[in-house]
Ligand binder design. Structure first.
Ligand code: PEP
Ligand code: MG
Length: 600
């Protein structure tokens, strides 16, 4: 490896990705990369050598302590077989931290070449990896990944303070990360972070959803962002079209400054319809509601022109902490949301949907599985941990005395789960009655229709609940068999796939026959391209993130229910998703050129 390979180089390039949160941001990159740190190379003076060697040895010690602690935790938790395997790997890595080739040779490089520890480690580990690569023996060849892993661990300890900590993010930066969990994303402060870019991620992942909620532009699934971007690079992030420009030219900067101004003007104009109803030109009204992850977002929902909360994702109350919320905390949180809305408006509280990409730190929730989206998630987890579920239900019921609330159950796949959950709710009510605690005895209980089995038997489910809300994010994920968090299959996210249109039609017809209200609260509800199709389906309500509300309202107000029904009828006759997409895109572009031609 050339010695200057760890040095910063200013080069410009364009990266593609999935624009998941609209807006344009221009700023400097801040690398928050837990997986692959890029060492910054730096020459040091002779009198800095001793301190640099000490800094390196401290990082090696830190890495050793971290490995030992993980090893201990694994020993406590896992099965004998799994523990045996992990232990072996930990031992190999711990041994490497004492290895002469890795440690002593790095120190020699620091001393002889007068370079910083990151640079020296980088040169040295590359040499060792090359050495293992040439081995005939497959087992020995494999050891290169152990060297990579241990070097990255040391680098992480070396770079603490400079990278890798959300709290350390400086003001006005664009965060660049290999991946961000929904819990990490929730911790990003929109006053400090202008935008974020990740290598991984899908269109309807919860990370994308949180980005829209906190209203910062985001591009996910860019695959090579952390490889191509150095900390401090100037970036343009276009969250509308899913582009990232690294070290842009002057012309590019001017173009995007203009595009940003145009986008801001468009948004400011839309917000003017804030207090008008979402009613078509021929008098069909759809209720627009907001999706929130935290009580604080309620204000933004109201400011954007909706007065009901159609989906409160309460699982976010469980994230970024290592204990569980108490009944009192549940009660006070939901009471706060209920009281922040006008008394005639409603908050739909979804009971916690942990699992898949939303993992709470509390030990009870850790499931050792390779396929979490199909594992213990949503209502399955609640029924497996009934004491945690009951605590939440009691909190919701008590809060229902202070404002209109509804209970919504996630991930219901059939009537058995539904009835079990209803029994728990009935028991919680009976207990509150005995204790003389007031609550709304008529609190509606409904379900999310987001598992294909529930959609297929939605006629039967409709007879036993008070309302439906269709979770298109999961319904699409499970029907089309695509992982919603995986950038490689995001091209298969096709809300207009004939199978999805047919299912939506079937669910809505079944709800209407059972005379229960039906809404959509998946991301599809907030995407302007689909508004007329959803309108044509005759939904009662669309629930979405705050920033989408004015735009969707404008499209509804400029359309007629009759034309929406026609567009739907024609789409339902088509054979492929490509046919429907083309037809809908053409129709929408003709009607709303400003939205679909300018891509804002
Ligand atoms: C959905 O699946 O569409 C939904 C609204 O729930 P979530 O995105 O939280 O899974
Ligand atoms: Mg869902």
């Amino acid at each position: 490896m050339a010695e200057n390979e760890g040095m910063l180089q200013v080069s410009s390039c364009l990266l593609g990705g999935i624009g998941v949160s609209p807006g344009i941001a221009i700023g400097r990159a801040f690398l928050l990369d837990r997986a692959k740190l890029k060492p910054r190379g730096r020459k040091i003076s002779s009198d800095q050598v001793v301190t640099e060697v000490e800094r390196f040895m401290e990082a090696v010690d830190g890495a050793r302590l971290e490995l030992e602690s993980i090893k201990e935790k694994t020993l406590k938790k896992g099965s004998v077989e799994v523990v045996g395997q992990h232990n072996y790997i930990f031992d190999v890595h711990l041994m490497m931290l004492k290895d002469k080739m890795l440690i002593d040779d790095t120190i020699t490089l620091i001393k002889e070449k007068k370079i910083n520890a990151e640079w020296a480690l980088n040169i040295n580990s590359a040499k060792i990896i090359d050495f293992f690569k040439q081995m005939q023996d497959a087992y020995l060849r494999e050891r290169q990944s152990d060297v990579e892993h241990v070097s990255e661990l040391i680098l992480r300890h070396l770079s603490k303070g400079e990278y890798d900590s959300i709290e350390k993010i400086s003001r006005g930066v664009i965060v660049v990360a290999h991946d961000l969990s929904p819990a990490d994303t929730l911790q990003l402060d929109p006053n400090r972070v202008k935008a974020f870019v990740t290598d991984l991620g899908g269109r309807t992942s919860h990370t994308a959803i949180v980005a829209r909620s906190i209203e910062i532009p985001a591009v996910v699934g860019s695959e090579r962002a952390t490889e191509k971007i150095n900390g401090g690079d100037r970036l343009i992030v276009d969250g509308i079209e899913g582009k990232v420009i690294v070290n842009p030219s002057r012309e590019q900067l001017l173009t995007y400054q203009e595009k940003r101004a145009q986008y801001d003007k468009f948004q400011a104009q839309l917000i003017l319809n804030r207090d008008l109803p979402a009613e078509t030109t021929d008098g069909f009204r759809v209720a627009l509601a907001g999706n929130i992850e935290t009580p604080e977002e309620t204000e933004s929902i109201i400011a954007h022109g909706a007065a009901n909360i159609g989906l409160y994702r309460t699982e976010f109350l469980f994230l970024n902490r290592n204990n569980l919320p108490s009944e009192e905390e549940h009660f006070l949180t939901y009471k706060k949301v209920a009281e922040s809305l006008p008394p005639e408006n409603t908050t739909t509280i979804r009971t916690f949907d942990l699992g898949a990409d939303k993992i709470a730190e509390s030990e009870q929730f850790h499931e050792d599985t390779i396929n979490p989206a199909l594992g213990l998630r949503g209502i399955r987890l609640c029924l497996n941990h009934q004491e945690i579920f009951i605590t939440q239900i009691r909190g919701i019921l008590r809060a229902s005395h202070y404002g209109k609330l509804k209970i919504m159950l996630p991930m219901i796949s059939g009537l058995i789960e539904l009835r079990q959950a209803q029994t728990i709710i009935a028991e919680a009510k009976a207990a509150l009655d005995r204790e003389g605690v007031p609550y709304d005895h008529k609190i509606p209980v409904g379900v999310m229709i987001e598992v294909p089995s529930a959609a297929i038997i939605s006629d039967k489910i409709a007879r036993e609940v008070d309302f439906f809300s269709i979770g298109t994010n999961d319904l699409i994920q499970y029907t089309l068999a695509l992982d919603r968090s995986n950038e490689h299959v995001s091209y298969l996210y096709e809300p207009l796939h004939p199978a999805i249109l047919r299912l939506l039609h079937q669910i809505i017809t079944n709800a209407q026959e059972a005379e229960i209200p039906v809404s959509i609260c998946g991301e599809m509800a907030g995407e302007p391209l689909y508004t007329l199709i959803l309108l044509g389906l005759g939904l009662d309500k669309l629930s979405m993130n705050a920033i989408s509300i004015p735009h969707i309202k404008q499209i509804i107000r400029q359309s007629s229910f009759a034309e929406a029904r026609e567009m739907l009828a024609e789409s339902l006759q088509m054979e492929t998703s490509a046919d429907v997409e083309k037809f809908v895109a053409e129709e929408m572009t003709r009607r709303f050129p400003e939205t679909f031609l300018m891509k804002i």
